[in-house]
Design a protein around this ligand. Structure first.
Ligand code: ADP
Ligand code: AMP
Length: 219
């Protein structure tokens, strides 16, 4: 299964991508997570990305395409993948098409998570992440068993620097300007499926599953 998850920051892409990846045994390719790991390790990619990520701007397309190509060429992505946070520009969407053509593969579906802006703002303000395993919690909607501690591995949870209100505003504007056209790109290719991302996580997971089940059935 080769799927792209699209939607504004805070729409629930990461939460649902992890579930889907666990369920189908395919990698969750989350470009934001990859950049944060690179920044934490101090690699050249991390040093280059930091200024963009901290301001809520997009890292240049050529950098992101190289990162994704490298990841999708790894053997664990041969059976499929769920792309979470990529593509975010038309150039990235075209670059992904080109890459998949070179690999002799194609996308099965693009799932768009539709969530009102006031909801994503509330979600991002209360998001807590485990820096060790990447699991995501929300202080009200999906709290960890012990406040501030990861259920899975006991690590102290952190809030993302770019979830501060002023950066969130910029990220939402960047989504509207640069990523919204990607929705139309996939709609025109007949790949786009919208789900109501404002429901509770189990209901959203069912809606995603319904889209993907249908795809498997029509093949
Ligand atoms: P994205 O990857 O799209 O930026 P996340 O999956 O990180 O979004 O979710 C953002 C925040 O909203 C997290 O704190 C997460 O726990 C919470 N969240 C995710 N899905 C839902 C949902 N369906 N209902 C309520 N809160 C949610
Ligand atoms: P995310 O974790 O998906 O919210 O991404 C966090 C930040 O990483 C974004 O605000 C961007 O600065 C950067 N980023 C993640 N994915 C991409 C991408 N596909 N293209 C450009 N920048 C990205």
């Amino acid at each position: 299964m080769r799927v792209v998850f699209l939607g504004p920051p805070g729409a629930g892409k990461g939460t649902q991508a992890r579930r889907l990846a666990d369920r189908y045994g395919i990698p969750q390719v989350a470009t934001g997570d990859m950049l944060r790991e690179a920044m934490a390790s101090g690699s050249e990619l991390g040093q280059r990305a930091r200024a963009y990520v901290e301001l809520g701007e997009l890292v240049p397309d050529d950098v992101m395409l190289a990162v994704v190509e490298d990841r999708l060429r790894r053997p664990d992505a041969e059976r499929g993948f769920v792309l979470d946070g990529f593509p975010r520009t038309l150039a990235q969407a075209e670059g992904l098409d080109d890459l998949l053509r070179r690999l002799g593969r194609r996308l099965d579906a693009v799932v768009l998570f539709q969530v009102p802006e006031e909801t994503v703002v509330r979600r991002l303000a209360g998001r807590w992440t485990c820096p060790a395993c990447g699991r995501v919690f929300h202080e009200s909607y999906s709290p960890p068993r012990t406040p501030g501690v990861c259920d899975a591995d006991g690590s102290p949870l952190v809030q993302r620097e770019d979830d501060r209100p002023e950066t969130v505003r910029r990220r939402l504007a960047v989504y509207a300007e640069q990523t919204a056209p990607v929705v139309e790109y996939y709609r025109a290719r007949g790949l786009l499926h919208s789900v109501d991302g404002s429901q509770d996580p189990d209901a959203v997971a069912e809606a995603v599953e319904a889209v993907l089940r249908h795809l498997v059935e029509v093949r």
